[in-house]
Design a protein around this ligand. Structure first.
Ligand code: TYD
Ligand code: MG
Length: 455
């Protein structure tokens, strides 16, 4: 049954080929195929056949399932993204760029959970125990009863975890582990997949929550580990822009909760501080709002977040004008520029355009279209929006401004933070606290910005 043979695994997408090629036929990545020797222990790849089950036992949809128990780690922003704490027996992958703070976050999670009585282990394959300990001391976590180990051998880790029961185990990182059942090097698809498979099985069997760190490549995929996203119960992404202290934790997949929640942290000298109310965090509150700035009233997960969009439209020095965007989708920017040009008569084709979301937040809501468009129009026309105005609304290709979900919460939070005006889709109800400028077409919004006509 066991079969040994050379295979070529793409280190980018994980597709396996029988022949080497310069380009991966599956994902198109160049020079990503690496020879790996696949050893298949009997039954290892056929888990369905491993257990000797006779027949299937069906159950009804209406049958009651109790909610899974949860370990509240005490790091509330982390627990929120996990869906209200970590589920025992689940495997969670935390991805992010090197240096973003993954080790710091999970050390903090393990320490806080241990302080609350959970049995926690932190196993590092990247740092020595002394390094982890001295970091914990700097972060003021030295008193937490977390068990530390430095180990990269999968066999040693699994044996250790079978001997000693834990509630929560951190593995930092999945790319450093190696299993002696496979010849491929650590970090290769074969190794990462094997290590994850074994740890997920262990998690289910022992009822321990396993938190795996996975480094991400430049393309934004978890290196190699993209191939393990389907094996784990939840995938969380830790993000942050260089130069800003803010870090955002997002759920990309969660079998035990919603994926639209975010957790907000601020990196400081003593580790990550939780930001419980991030709504005003990304606002530039000092000084006048300049031309080119528009405050977007956004919703991240269950919470409203106000964030400033900053645009600069400038004459281009070169034949091909530049388009640069930070914190927003460049495709979306291209669309908004095209609509401004085609439906609003705002000629931007020969000008450089820069768009920046302040504070290092990445916005994905379509509701931000109008805020981006307002910032661009404000810069192009050199007319500042009123200081106390928030903007939101989705823009269609025909130039219409569409209504968006949860308008009421957006307006309420803006009012709470001292904003008195809103520019948005027609039909908005400011409820007396806000003067609402409702527009059904983007052209109308652009005209109002140019003429300074506000409700
Ligand atoms: P780290 O958790 O090691 O990142 P990752 O595991 O994602 O690679 O964090 C690295 C960065 O965080 C490093 O540049 C230093 C910074 N940092 C602080 O600013 N304050 C702190 O208290 C700690 C522990 C790290
Ligand atoms: Mg690390």
């Amino acid at each position: 049954m066991a079969r040994d043979g050379a295979i070529y695994a793409c280190q980018s997408c994980g597709a396996v080929q029988t022949k080497w090629a310069g380009q991966c036929p599956a994902c198109g990545a160049w020079n990503s195929l690496v020879e790996e020797t696949q050893t298949r222990p009997p039954g290892a790849l056929a888990p369905g056949k491993a257990g000797r089950q006779r027949g299937l036992a069906f159950e009804g949809l209406e049958d009651e399932t109790p909610a899974p128990p949860r370990i509240a780690t005490g790091v509330d922003e982390f627990d929120r993204v996990c869906g209200g704490g970590v589920v025992p027996g689940s495997a969670i992958l935390l991805g992010g760029d090197p240096g973003v703070g993954k080790s710091t976050l999970l050390l903090q999670v393990a320490a806080e959970a241990a302080r609350r009585g959970a049995r926690c282990a932190y196993i590092s394959g990247e740092e020595a125990v002394e390094q982890v300990r001295s970091r914990a001391q700097r972060m003021g976590l030295a008193d937490a009863p977390v068990k530390l180990a430095a180990e990269t051998s999968l066999r040693a880790i699994v044996d250790g975890l079978k001997r000693e029961p834990f509630d929560l185990v951190v593995i930092d990182s999945i790319q450093t582990l190696w299993s002696d059942a496979h010849e491929a090097g650590p970090g290769s698809v074969t190794q990462v997949r094997a290590a994850t498979g074994e740890l997920v099985r262990l998690a289910k069997k022992q009822g321990v929550a396993v938190l795996l760190v996975g480094h991400v490549t430049k393309e934004g995929t978890i290196a190699g580990p993209r191939v393990i996203e389907h094996m784990v119960d939840a995938v969380l992404a830790f993000e942050g822009e260089r130069g800003y202290p803010f870090r955002i934790l997002r759920g990309a997949k969660n079998r035990f909760g919603a994926t639209d929640e975010i957790g907000v942290f601020e990196m400081g000298d003593a580790g990550l501080a939780e930001v419980k109310n991030p709504s005003a965090l990304f606002l530039n509150t000092s000084g006048e709002r300049a031309a080119g700035a528009a405050v977007f009233a956004g919703i991240e997960g269950s919470r409203p977040v106000l964030v400033e969009f900053q645009a600069l439209v400038a004459p281009s020095a070169y034949g091909t004008p530049r388009r640069a965007v930070v914190g927003w989708d460049s495709g979306r920017l291209a669309m908004v520029l095209a609509v401004l040009e085609a439906r609003c008569g705002l000629s931007l084709g020969d000008r450089d355009v820069y768009l920046n979301v302040a504070g290092g937040l990445r916005i994905t809501e379509p509701a931000a279209d109008l805020a981006a468009a307002a910032a661009l129009a404000s810069s192009a026309l050199d007319q500042a929006l009123p200081q106390d105005c928030v903007v939101f609304g989705e823009i269609s290709l025909s130039g219409e401004v569409r209504s968006v979900s949860r308008s009421e919460s957006r307006l309420k939070e803006a009012a709470k933070l001292g904003f008195r005006r809103a520019l948005g889709p027609s039909g908005l109800d400011g409820g007396g606290a806000m003067g609402v400028t409702g527009v059904s077409r983007l052209a109308d919004a652009v005209r109002r910005i140019g003429e300074g006509e506000w409700t």
